[in-house]
Design a protein around this ligand. Structure first.
Ligand SMILES: [Zn+2]
Length: 350
């Protein structure tokens, strides 16, 4: 199994998670590889920061005495010279720099590129540089968010503040902009959370946007948890971006996963301290410990072994162009206790 979407924090956010702890949990969960997102503090937007990160990950794995593939995404800003540096880092350091990440929205840190004209510039720059790798994009359109709907006293309002339309419109934007720029990489829609966005992604394989390659990944939380859980005690702990969706959307996402419309599973493992969640309303939940259980649930619900291998390993290796050996190690139990809370205590079997 590979998890192509994790946030391992460390550095100035070591209270939330560290490379050593996160890689250790991933290994004990039975994973053969993780791909790390670049919105660390400081972020992975320069060659220098990327090299320091690779070193730090190697030191962490060595200190644990484990072998696990660690790849990372170079983060993109709207500055052409920085985009060029990121693409050069990918060319030089692939597969450790496994792809690029664009936050298409008012997201985390200094990496959000919310303006559509700026997003167009990113695609044009990548096309001009001949980038052919994976571009992972967080798709939520700021202009369609209803920030005034967010009320921390009612955590479930988070789902209304970041409605499905914001995701669908952003996926539509990214696909059009990529096609218009003759982008030759693979556009990957991260943590897709609405069936309409999945249907949009799959329609490109027709005649609408010829030549454009698009993939999407589903998190266990968008498949098994719904927005109403945020009305219960400690609901604030379930705040994630994109938000948990109301019923019946999670079930529809599972149906699309079963039907082959989703390319792979990714956890978006994003730990915070409990205090950052309850006082700071931070978005993100620890997902790594639940990954093997999610796979087991899908197996018990009748998913073929062959399909599971594709969704957790094969499709990821093929699209990124990496070779990672499949060890088939058994996961340890009780890994959720490694974090201050377990968001999946109320996850019902599919
Ligand atoms: Zn993420």
């Amino acid at each position: 199994m590979i998890d192509p979407h994790v946030h391992l924090r460390d550095w100035n956010q070591a209270a939330k998670e560290t490379l050593r702890h996160g890689l250790g949990v991933a290994y004990r969960a039975g994973l053969d590889g993780v791909f790390e997102m670049p919105n660390t503090d400081p972020p992975l937007t320069s060659r220098d920061a990327i090299l320091r990160r690779i070193d730090a990950a190697d030191v962490a794995a060595k200190s644990l005495g484990i072998r696990i593939f660690h790849g990372l995404y170079a983060g993109l800003t709207n500055v052409p010279r920085q985009i060029e540096e990121a693409v050069r880092a990918w060319k030089e350091l692939f597969p450790r720099v496994v792809g690029l990440k664009l936050f298409a929205g008012q997201s985390t840190g200094n990496m959000g590129v919310g303006d559509v004209d700026m997003q167009a510039l990113v695609y044009r720059t990548l096309a001009a540089l001949g980038y052919t790798g994976v571009l992972a994009v967080h798709c939520e359109k700021g202009a369609l968010m209803k920030t005034e709907a967010w009320d921390p006293a009612q955590p479930a309002s988070h789902a209304r503040a970041r409605p499905p339309a914001a995701e669908v419109a952003s996926v539509d934007d990214q696909m059009r902009l990529a096609a218009a720029a003759s982008f030759r990489g693979i556009l990957h829609v991260c943590h897709i959370s609405t069936p309409w966005a999945v249907d949009l992604v799959r329609n490109t394989h027709g005649a609408a946007l010829p030549g454009l390659r698009v993939t999407c990944g589903l998190t266990p939380h968008h498949a098994l948890l719904d927005a109403a859980l945020m009305e219960e005690e400690d609901g604030i702990l379930l705040k994630v971006n994109p938000p948990l969706r109301p019923k019946p959307l999670p079930a529809l996402m599972l149906r699309r996963l079963r039907g082959g419309a989703i390319d792979w599973i990714e956890t978006d493992h994003a730990p915070h301290t409990r205090r950052d969640k309850t006082d700071g309303f931070a978005s993100g939940i620890p997902g790594l410990p639940f990954y093997p259980r999610f796979v087991r649930m899908l197996r018990e619900a009748g998913m073929e072994e062959e399909t599971l291998v594709v969704l957790t390993h094969g499709a990821i290796c093929r699209q990124f162009g990496v070779e990672i050996a499949r060890s088939g190690r058994s996961p340890e139990e009780g890994l959720a206790r490694e974090y201050e809370f377990d968001p999946f205590t109320r996850a019902a079997a599919p």
